[in-house]
Design a protein around this ligand. Structure first.
Ligand code: HGY
Ligand code: MN
Ligand code: MN
Length: 457
């Protein structure tokens, strides 16, 4: 039984019984371009700091190698490329008129043991859209830039969005002093990576203005697959807290210290991890994760002396997220108190929940509808650079169905056909935006932040 979606134009994406889109019902060029995006995601997956899995942190040789590939693809798509002071890679495609560009893109860094589409899909779909303009020698009324952020995940320095935070001039000296597991500061890492650390703190000299930001990203969850939809439009992005927690007790000999004389921090940490799970389950709409934990010094015959762990708390409502974080800190202190253990609690990051821009999102929804697919709006539980950029410009996001909702995992996957639908939708979005610019108030007046920053560096 096939379901046909009403579509303005010759055909509509046809959905098979399992929800997949039939290739024959898509614009052939979108399929070809989608195929190239998939191939390029596979090529980029070779660039990793680890031989047997994909791990590409900020400032590493593997990120440099991935940037070199992407820069070449940007140039073959008719863009000029540059890197900014923190190492974000930016491709520029001039418009018929000058002015703040529309920014497309995503990130090239990954988590540990990552999937090959988180970030890379958005960068490569953006390049495919510009390449299509270039091949038709088409110029839009506004410049377009594609950004490949150098650090969104925060794997190396445990604080997300370094690339986009730099772009909006939101880095401060405490961030530059952050150290990775080898003790290297972000400032040092920027210099080693060929950036310009001295330029990072002076927004006026590094500032950059753009008219809006639109990011294509795999959903990283199961909703679109459940609804049998190839793409979805993001309504809002959850706020997130990243907290460094450490339980400290007394290390000792595993064989000689009686149980009642121990101050074992691992027991406290274990109790706390269960408390995190219980509290998040009881808070509607919240998710909380202990993603990293270590028993130091880390030997089977040594009672741990210190147990550092990371806590990631998210919610679409910032008030509830902060309330949950306060509750978890109280819990941690109570557990540590009962066990005569010391507690370290440091908020490393607090990113607010943001709503996507209504005007830009409406245009994106129209573009999805024009592909013939139903429009479904959904919130993002994952964080994205759009959170940061929303501080100075309107943002919108297009989600692509994620196979079995798996992400931050090597099994992460999207289909060629869904990627083709996303490319078709983004093509239509750009055409719609160009028409809006020519017909009515331009993007600047249509809800975009004033030019808060000088032009690109
Ligand atoms: O953690 C996140 O939500 C994103 O993948 N950086
Ligand atoms: Mn991610
Ligand atoms: Mn991502």
């Amino acid at each position: 039984m096939f379901r046909f979606w009403p579509r303005r134009g010759p055909t509509a994406p046809t959905v098979a019984a399992d929800g997949s889109v039939l290739p024959g019902s898509l614009p052939s060029d979108a399929l070809t371009r989608g195929q190239r995006v998939m191939e390029r995601c596979n090529l980029l997956a070779r660039h990793s700091e680890e031989a047997d899995r994909l791990t590409r942190p900020y400032g590493t040789p593997s990120l440099r190698a991935a940037q070199n590939d992407v820069a070449a693809w940007m140039r073959s798509a008719g863009m000029e490329t540059r890197q900014d002071a923190i190492g974000n890679l930016i491709g520029s495609y001039p418009g018929r008129h000058s002015g703040p560009p529309l920014l497309l893109g995503s990130h090239l860094d990954t988590v540990r043991d990552a999937g090959r589409f988180d970030g890379m899909l958005g960068v490569l779909v953006a390049i495919a859209v510009v390449e299509h303009l270039h091949q038709r020698n088409e110029r839009l009324p506004f410049p377009v830039e594609v950004v490949a952020f150098a650090d969104e995940e925060g794997l190396r320095f445990h604080t997300a969005y370094l690339g986009s935070r730099f772009l909006i001039g939101a880095l401060d000296s405490t961030v530059l002093a952050l150290r990775d597991e080898a003790g290297v500061t972000l400032q040092e890492a920027v210099e080693v990576f060929g950036g310009n650390a001295s330029a990072l703190l002076f927004p006026d000299s590094v500032s950059y203005s753009f008219a809006g930001y639109v990011e294509c990203h795999l959903e990283q969850g199961p909703v679109l697959e459940h609804l049998q939809l190839p793409v979805g439009v993001v309504s809002a992005i959850a706020g997130q807290s990243r907290i460094a927690v450490a339980f400290s007790g007394q290390a000792g000999h595993a064989g000689t210290v009686p149980m009642d004389l121990r101050r074992d921090p691992l027991g406290a940490a274990a109790e706390f991890v269960l408390a995190v799970e219980e509290a998040a389950r009881e808070c509607e709409g919240a998710v909380a994760t202990v993603g990293q934990i270590a028993a130091e010094p880390g030997a089977s015959n040594v009672i741990p002396g210190r147990v550092p762990l990371t806590l990631d708390v998210r919610h679409q409502d910032d008030v509830q997220r902060h309330e949950l974080c306060r509750h978890l800190e109280t819990e941690a202190r109570a557990i540590a108190g009962r066990r005569a253990i010391d507690l370290g609690w440091r908020i490393v990051e607090d990113q607010p929940a943001v709503a996507c821009d209504p005007a830009l999102t409406a245009l994106l929804a129209d573009a999805v509808a024009a592909t013939g697919c139903p429009v479904h709006q959904l919130p993002s539980g994952a964080g994205h650079d759009a959170v940061t950029l929303s501080a100075i410009a309107p943002v919108a996001m297009l989600f692509v169905r994620c196979v079995r909702g798996i992400s931050h995992h090597p099994d992460e996957s999207v289909s060629l056909e869904d990627t083709a639908v996303a490319i078709d939708a983004l093509d239509r979005f750009m055409a719609g935006l160009a028409q809006k610019q020519m017909a009515g108030p331009d993007l600047q007046a249509g809800g975009c932040a004033e030019d808060a920053r000088a032009g690109p560096e």
